[in-house]
Structure formats: structure tokens, C-alpha cells
Design a protein around this ligand. Structure first.
Ligand SMILES: Cc1cc2nc3c(=O)[nH]c(=O)nc-3n(C[C@H](O)[C@H](O)[C@H](O)COP(=O)(O)OP(=O)(O)OC[C@H]3O[C@@H](n4cnc5c(N)ncnc54)[C@H](O)[C@@H]3O)c2cc1C
Length: 405
């Protein structure tokens, strides 16, 4: 966490994230959420055994959909009512404590009174105006990987009653995402527009040149910051290129029907098919890259194998393979934003703090809209884990407050 966030992660929150993850996963399991080994996405077989990348060895059964299905079941079994098509508009606040929420439910505005409110309505990733205001120019044009409903409403309603903003407001999690993906997430495709196998190949921009070290670190530690790098390229796009040596190792998302892909039997034949790319420079780039690969170092996708390039302006540090086994495959990507890093400031109980750093009675927060956890970058898997840990914490604190008075 500290290495990836350049030592800016809130140390108390990071400590909690790391030390409470196991017990939280076990608690979720006791509540009916199922987990499975993360074979398809984060693991490679080396010498007959699976090796998991970056310490991420389990994922929720059925992915995000499975998680929601089982959490919904658990909520219903415990008598928790869920109101769909209900948008939170503002907090009910009497200048001392939060006592509920004003909502719009199926076109009608109503008040819901409550002993405490826990905000868990995500960041502002689906709000082009806020993206541009806080992340910077160009961000209004990126694609949104997830829900179109995370427009920063929860953050805004807390700021409106004096909550303290916190964390990396100009930062976000963003990845390489299919160039032709829709504006916001499509539930029939899920996260399969992502293209996360770039450490196994090369990426080129419109000038036909490589622009980033595809093998700088484990995929888990680079993918969330490379979306911004792709956004910064001319035309906000890039192509990923692979040869047959690694095709079998590409993640499942490369084998979906809705994919922007071209293939060719030679690099010269592939070049003009890479729409928007300077073909002559691309051919030159591949030749130079192939000549620079340290083929004497053994390739091992499960560890930082040190099989890099020598002498290139943009090096590749690990997993460098020559591109020389046709047919070649190339995939067009742009920037897809996952979530924003800036948000509200909370204390160790999940209580939202005001601008004087005093807890706002009755107001709690968890998930993406809490700031201070991530900065510049993000280690894969920590989003859902922090949502679970701090969601549980906020729930326990809110319940204790309500029961106590
Ligand atoms: C495509 C994709 C893939 C991902 N893959 C992974 C992964 O593999 N591992 C991982 O750890 N994390 C992953 N993440 C990140 C992870 O999903 C998020 O960090 C996590 O879901 C955040 O939880 P949350 O509760 O804060 O917000 P969300 O899960 O986004 O939930 C917020 C909810 O609030 C609702 N809402 C928003 N505004 C309002 C309002 N005003 N009133 C009422 N409701 C509102 C939204 O409709 C939404 O249902 C992924 C995200 C995406 C988009």
C-alpha cells in the first residue's frame, strides 16, 4: 500500500485494511458470501503448480454479480428492506446530528428518518463535470467502467452539511478498456471490456511507438494507473499487440465477442490494420523491441522474471518476449475509469468528520466515497476489500450509536 501510494495512504486505514482482511472475509463467509480460488485471472501454472500474483488468491464466487446476489440474500434473510429506484438527495440534519435522508422514490420526494445514515454511494466517476473539475481536462471524455449512478451525490450531500474532504481528489483508478465500449458499464459484458494482459505483450500509441513499461511490475500494481497513461496518448488510445507464444495465457476478457481486435500473419500486414497508428513507425518499433529483448533470461509470468529489454528509450522490465510467432493479435483500448480516490474524511469508527475534524453525529461512510486510502495508484483487489472492512465497521458503529441512544 505504501509503495504504491507513494507513502500517502492514511496509515491507520491502510493498517486496518491489511490486518482486518482475513477476519472480514471469514465473517462474510459466515454470512453466506462464497469465495473461490482466483485461478482464471490472477494465477499462472509454473512447474505444475498454480502461482498467484500479488498475494491475491481468492475472489468472490460469481464475481461482482455473485457477491451482490449473496449479499442481497443475506440482507433479506436478516429483515433488511432494500428500496430500488430511490435516489438520495440530501441529508436531514438539524445542525447537530443527521437524522435521516431526503430521497426521490419513483418520482416522489419523501423523507426517511433514521437514527444514523451510512453513505456508501460511490465516488464521482460517472459525473463528467466533477471528473473534469477534479481530475482535469480530458477526463470528461473517458469511458466509465461501472455504474452510471455514481455521480458523487453522497459526497456532495455530506460536504453540504460541513463534512471534511479528504484524500487524492485529482486521482482515480483507471485502466485500459475496449476502445468501442459504451459510455458506461454494460451489465451483459461486466468487466470484460478491460484488457489486462499487457504485461505479456507491447502497447503502442498513434505514433507507432511504445510509451510505457508494460512489465514494470505485477499487473495488479500497474493496471490502475495505466488508464491515465493511455488517456494522455494522442487520441486517448493505444493498441496492445501479442504473438502466439502468449495467446493461451491472455485473460478471459480477450475472448469475448464484443472486442476491438485485428489479426495478421506478419508485422507488416498487421501495421495498417492498427487503425489510427503510424504503420511504418510501428514496424520499426517492433524490430527495435525484438532486438532488445534479453532472450537469455528465462520467461516466467508468475514472478518478476527480470526478462527485460536493453537500450530502448522506453524499457520493458519483465516478461519481454520477442514478437515473432504469427498470427499476431492486436486489441484497441482507451481509458476506462473505475472509481475516484477523493472523498470524505472518516475516523476509526467510520464516523464522518466535519471541517473542524469533529465527528458528525449520525453520519457514517464506507467504500469509494471515503478518501485517504488510495493515492496515485491502487493495488488490485483492495477496492472490494476496503468496502467490506469499512462497511462492516461503519455498520457496527452506527448500530452501536443507535442502540446506545
Ligand atoms: C468494472 C469494475 C471491475 C472491478 N473489479 C474489481 C475487482 O476485481 N476487485 C476489487 O476489489 N474491486 C473491483 N472494482 C472496484 C469495486 O467494485 C469498488 O471499489 C466497490 O464496488 C466500491 O463499493 P461502494 O459500495 O463504495 O460503491 P458501489 O459498489 O459502486 O455502490 C454504490 C451504489 O450507490 C448507488 N448510488 C449512487 N449515488 C446514489 C444516490 N445519490 N442515491 C442512492 N444510491 C446511489 C449506486 O447506484 C450503486 O449501487 C471494480 C469496479 C468496476 C467498475
Amino acid at each position: 500500500m505504501f509503495r504504491l501510494t507513494q507513502y500517502r495512504a492514511d496509515p491507520d486505514k491502510a493498517e486496518m485494511l491489511v490486518t482486518k482482511s482475513l477476519e472480514t472475509v471469514q465473517w462474510m463467509k459466515s454470512r453466506g458470501v462464497k469465495f473461490q480460488p482466483s485461478y482464471g485471472r490472477q494465477a499462472f501454472k509454473v512447474d505444475g503448480k498454480y502461482r498467484f500474483w500479488g498475494g491475491l488468491c481468492v475472489e468472490t464466487w460469481g464475481g461482482g454479480e455473485g457477491l451482490i446476489e449473496l449479499e442481497t440474500k443475506a440482507a433479506e434473510e436478516n429483515g433488511i428492506e432494500i428500496l430500488y429506484e430511490t435516489k438520495g438527495l440530501s441529508l436531514l440534519y438539524d445542525d447537530e446530528k443527521v437524522y435521516g435522508l431526503r430521497v426521490k422514490h419513483k418520482g416522489k420526494v419523501r423523507e426517511i428518518h433514521a437514527g444514523a445514515v451510512i453513505l456508501a454511494s460511490g465516488g464521482f466517476e460517472a459525473n463528467p463535470e466533477m471528473r473534469t473539475r477534479y481530475l482535469g481536462p480530458g477526463w470528461e471524455l473517458v469511458k466509465v467502467r461501472g455504474t452510471r449512478f455514481n455521480t458523487g451525490g453522497g459526497i456532495q450531500m455530506a460536504l453540504d452539511i460541513g463534512a471534511m474532504p479528504h484524500g487524492n481528489w485529482s486521482g482515480c483508478h483507471a485502466v485500459g478498456w475496449d476502445l468501442n465500449a459504451p459510455e458506461t458499464g454494460d451489465l451483459t459484458v461486466g468487466d470484460n471490456f478491460q484488457k489486462h494482459s499487457y504485461p505479456l505483450g507491447i502497447m503502442v500509441n498513434a505514433t507507432g511507438k511504445r510509451f510505457v513499461d508494460e512489465g514494470a511490475d505485477f499487473r495488479n500494481y500497474t493496471y490502475a494507473k495505466y488508464g491515465r497513461v493511455i488517456m494522455d496518448q494522442p487520441g486517448m488510445m493505444a493498441w496492445q499487440v501479442f504473438d502466439q507464444k502468449v495467446i493461451d495465457m491472455l485473460r478471459d476478457e480477450y475472448r469475448i465477442r464484443r472486442v476491438t481486435k485485428v489479426t495478421a500473419n506478419t508485422i507488416e500486414e498487421l501495421a495498417p490494420k492498427l487503425e489510427g497508428v503510424d504503420p511504418d513507425q510501428f514496424v520499426k518499433t517492433v524490430k527495435e523491441y525484438n532486438a532488445a529483448v534479453q532472450t537469455d533470461v528465462k520467461f516466467n509470468p508468475a514472478v518478476l522474471d527480470g526478462r527485460g529489454t536493453t537500450g530502448l528509450d522506453v524499457p520493458k522490465t519483465n516478461w519481454a518476449n520477442t514478437l515473432d510467432e504469427p498470427p499476431y493479435e492486436a486489441y484497441a483500448i482507451t481509458c476506462g475509469i473505475t472509481f475516484t480516490f477523493g472523498g470524505l474524511r472518516t475516523n476509526d469508527d467510520g464516523n464522518v468528520l466535519d471541517t473542524e475534524l469533529n465527528p458528525i453525529p449520525g453520519l457514517y461512510a464506507a467504500g469509494e466515497l471515503v478518501g485517504g486510502m488510495f493515492c496515485f495508484n491502487y493495488p488490485g483487489g483492495t477496492g472490494l476489500m476496503s468496502g467490506a472492512i469499512f462497511g462492516r465497521l461503519a455498520g457496527n458503529s452506527a448500530a452501536a450509536q443507535v442502540k446506545g441512544g
